[in-house]
Design a protein around this ligand. Structure first.
Ligand code: LLP
Length: 438
């Protein structure tokens, strides 16, 4: 469900006419829908309402401050992977106690910053990282809250670049070795075991790989409990896919239902007895908070990239529609050969043609759509919308070919907010110098 729709033959984002935005800010630009962002966050969050949980939005998917603030206002936390993402999250008003820090390569400086901020937990991915975190926390006179990221060795059946939970991937600690590392963590003076985490990949369109991996993680939690190591946070990562073309990923409700089914016994088995005033002992469920790290499912279909056609060119073998957005603005097609639907901004009933939609960058890999038969027949000067670009769109953009990064705009009802200005040429060279003597 999203709020990009046609009215009077024109594409709108909520009540804002997309061509008006192009007139106001120029092209290309990312355009996000406030209502869609809010709706997706709420649907995901409420899918887990029957158990204690925290939705930590995966900042790498879209790190614009206005969007992070929107999620903060909805009670969300953040899943971060760098000092920069920590900085953004705090600036956007996300509570430190709702921030989890993932990633295989945290630097000492990033660890210090996160300890200073007082984040919820570090998802630690190697034995050496545990040792370093212990040392740094000790130097700061702090105790670092730790969750070990385990690698459940499950095939997520997604693009190999975005699958992370297989033994051959660099992520997490092998399930078999995790117990040992938990014992070690418990012994280290400046670390405190608080959780366990996993993440098997992104753009998953089936629930089964999640179920397989979570049941392995669940067994490990049970085993740890037997060993006297209690876990307060069970972080299941992100990964739920979206529809780019004809994929039919599970709705968050059915995803949540299956997951809760798998994890149920962790909440019921060995309920903790709590003494009450009259001396009776009431059973209460264990204190176990689920952490979810969705990225794409929240923002992917809440954003589009709008671009203008510069030229049409009839090649020997095919037609090229050359537009003003390029692989530096949206890297996914070039990097993963991923599909993004291309829609016309006016006159949606127009005929479709076989064409490549390509950008101005000097590389054959610079395409937004390749070998496609569903491209709207668009001429010079017309606007095209690259759909489903809200996740890993702007965040993966670069200045390649010295192209300033594009503007980001948020529509809310009939209001329009520029939430990131287009970069200027001066900003392109900021920090560069031409020292005397070179
Ligand atoms: N948690 C962890 C530890 C992750 O590594 C990721 C994504 C997420 C959560 C969020 O996953 P999501 O819910 O968005 O699937 N650039 C690629 C996707 C890379 C995903 C990396 N990790 C793309 O454009 O498809």
């Amino acid at each position: 469900m999203h709020h990009f729709h046609y009215m009077d033959e024109e594409l709108f984002c909520e009540e804002v006419r997309v061509s008006d935005v192009a007139d106001a800010v120029g092209t290309p630009f990312y355009l996000y829908s406030h209502a869609t962002l809010t709706h997706h966050f709420r649907v995901f969050d409420s899918a887990f309402e029957e158990i204690p949980h925290l939705v930590c939005f995966s900042v790498k998917a879209n790190s614009n401050l206005a969007i992070l603030k929107l999620f903060a206002d909805l009670g969300g936390g953040a899943d971060i992977v760098s000092g920069g993402e920590l900085f953004r999250s705090l600036k956007a008003g996300i509570e430190p106690q709702k921030i989890v820090f993932s990633g295989v390569g945290k630097t000492p400086q990033e660890m210090r910053e996160a300890l200073d901020a007082g984040i919820l937990m570090f998802n630690v991915e190697s034995a050496q990282e545990l040792d370093l975190l212990n040392t740094i926390a000790g130097q700061m006179g702090k105790v670092a809250p730790v969750s070990i990221r385990v690698n459940p060795d499950v095939d997520p059946k997604t693009h190999p670049y975005i699958s992370t939970g297989l033994k051959k991937n660099k992520f997490g600690i092998e399930l078999e070795d995790a117990i040992q590392e938990y014992f070690r963590t418990a012994e280290l003076e400046n670390l405190e075991v608080v959780g366990i985490s996993c993440h098997i990949g992104s753009q998953l369109t089936e629930v089964d790989p999640f179920v397989d991996s979570f049941s392995r993680v669940k067994d490990l939690v049970a085993r740890l409990r037997e060993e006297g190591i209690d876990i307060s946070y069970l972080d299941l990562g992100g990964g739920l896919g979206i529809t780019y073309s004809d994929e039919e990923p599970p709705h968050p409700d059915s995803y949540a239902k299956r997951i809760i089914q798998v994890l149920k016994e962790l909440y019921t088995a060995g309920v903790v007895g709590a003494a009450v005033g009259n001396g009776l002992v009431h059973a209460r469920p264990r204190d176990l908070t689920l952490i979810l790290e969705p990225g794409r499912v929240i923002v992917g279909n809440a954003g589009i990239l709008v671009t203008r056609v510069l030229y049409n060119k009839e090649g020997v073998k095919k037609r090229f529609i050359i537009v003003d957005a390029a692989m530096n603005d949206l890297a996914r097609p070039a990097l993963y050969d991923s599909y993004h639907r291309i829609m016309p901004v006016t006159d949606p009933g127009r005929k479709k043609v076989a064409a490549d939609v390509v950008g101005p960058i000097c590389e054959s890999g610079d395409f937004l759509a390749r070998d496609r038969e569903d491209i709207p027949d668009a001429s010079r000067g017309e606007l095209l919308a690259v759909m489903s670009a809200g996740a890993y769109g702007f965040t993966m953009s670069s200045n390649y070919n010295s192209r300033p990064r594009v503007a980001e705009v948020l529509a809310k009802g009939d209001e329009l907010f520029v939430v990131r200005e287009r970069e200027s040429y001066e900003e392109l060279v900021r920090g560069e110098s031409m020292p005397e003597g070179i």
